[in-house]
Design a protein around this ligand. Structure first.
Ligand SMILES: [Zn+2]
Length: 421
């Protein structure tokens, strides 16, 4: 069966926008694109400027419970870290399922059609295995399915609390599998349970250089390579972690990078070397990480605006390159090569951005207006694989997303529902 979607304007790549764009969609894929057409009464109609689905390549869903709370007492790094561990301690599969569904609904409402969940809370308190060792992973998968977005579950190997191999302690014990091989056994079981699905991919992650002793890394790298799935790592959490030699290595190996500027500025981490990395051969993607905000337009423009502050020069990275990072590059970084661009054969992900809202009015239907003026609330409609997930700013399957979010956070943080409202 073929559906048609008619768009007032659509960004088909580069810096130009086409008008009156008619997409034919069959089995979730774009089968034809016609431009300069007039609206047809039988077509689904999308107003504003339609862009491909946004990809959020780095998420820790449960960190959403920390938003605003970590700013108290001046919000030092330790305020943030203590609260993160408190939330991690109280997570269980049921709480995680509810919270993930609500957080992913917030993402869908912001135009995000694929998320990479960097998942490291695997086990029960003290590191005890659940009866189903992947109960937490399944909770995240259920959350994404409930919110109607595509998920790459980046299952993270996390074995030690320091580069010297010191054991995990306290709440960190929930993160550990003991060895790289035991991590691979657990994740292989999850991969087999999930099987081949159109919306879920099990990928791999090394939590960090300090979190995985070098002798355990090959098991993770080999598992990812054998299965042809993405492998992610927290490689540079401080500016001093990324040297010129590292940048050359990233280029030589075509390794992609993910920037998370609102989280980086929230944590006081500094500004990464975006121009050098963009000039390399790797993908350049964006992630909301700790979810200080969930707004990929804000993430995208922050890369350029941070660079302006650092270099005192305007116009380093063009608007269409920023949007490409948020769509095309991001989807490839998550292993969804068929998504993130509006071409024949691609997955039919459409994100309609209002071009006459109070923020965007007067700027026209341009990529610059989307990249530099639009915000998540300007997303009106979201289609994933040809299915409407957000219609007129309402989430189709999670209609009271903000109520669900507040209640899931209150439960996780052990506070009254009133306090979370
Ligand atoms: Zn992270």
């Amino acid at each position: 069966m073929t559906d048609t979607w008619w768009c007032e304007h659509a960004w088909l790549g580069g810096d130009s926008v086409a008008d009156g764009v008619l997409f034919s969609v069959s089995h979730g894929r774009i089968t034809a694109i016609d431009t300069d057409t007039t609206a047809h009464p039988d077509s689904n109609r999308l107003r504003g400027l339609v862009i491909p689905g946004l990809a959020n390549t780095h998420s820790h869903a449960f960190h959403r419970s920390l938003r605003a709370r970590t700013q108290r007492d001046r919000g030092s790094f330790w305020t943030w870290r203590d609260l993160m561990y408190r939330a991690a301690e109280r997570l269980n599969p049921d709480r995680y399922r509810r919270l993930a569904r609500a957080v992913y609904a917030e993402m869908a409402l912001a135009g995000i059609t694929s998320v990479g969940e960097f998942h490291y809370v695997h086990h029960d308190s003290g590191g005890a295995r659940y009866a189903e060792p992947n109960a937490m992973g399944h909770a995240v998968i259920d959350g994404a399915a409930g919110a109607g977005i595509r998920l790459t579950l980046l299952d993270a190997c996390y074995l030690s609390s320091g580069p010297d191999g010191a054991p995990l302690a306290g709440p960190q014990q929930r993160f550990g599998d003991g060895t790289g091989d035991r991590w691979a056994q657990r994740v292989e079981a999850l991969r087999q349970q999930v099987g081949t699905q159109p919306s879920v991919l099990v990928g791999a992650a090394l939590h960090s250089v300090r979190g995985v002793p070098v002798e355990h890394m090959p098991a993770v790298v080999e598992w990812a390579a054998t299965n042809g799935v993405p492998l992610h790592v927290h490689s540079s959490e401080q500016t001093r972690d990324l040297t010129a030699e590292d940048i050359a290595d990233l280029d030589r190996t075509a390794t992609g990078v993910c920037f998370c500027p609102p989280t980086e500025r929230d944590l006081g981490d500094g500004i990464g070397p975006a121009p050098a990395l963009l000039a390399g051969r790797g993908l350049f993607s964006l992630g909301s990480d700790s979810h200080a905000v969930i707004d990929l337009f804000e993430e995208a423009r922050a890369v350029e605006l941070n660079e302006r502050l650092a270099s005192r020069t305007r116009g380093v990275i063009a608007a269409d390159r920023l949007l490409r990072a948020a769509t095309y590059d991001g989807h490839r970084a998550l292993g969804w090569a068929g998504a993130g661009e509006l071409v024949v054969g691609a997955r039919a992900d459409f994100v309609a951005v209002q071009m006459d809202s109070i923020r965007t009015a007067g700027g026209g239907a341009t990529v610059e207006n989307v990249a530099f003026a639009a915000a998540a609330p300007d997303v009106t409609d979201v289609v994933v694989d040809g299915r409407a997930v957000v219609v007129d700013r309402n989430h189709v399957t999670v209609p009271d997303a903000e109520v669900e979010l507040a209640s899931a956070i209150a439960d996780l943080m052990n506070i009254s529902a009133e306090a979370a409202r």
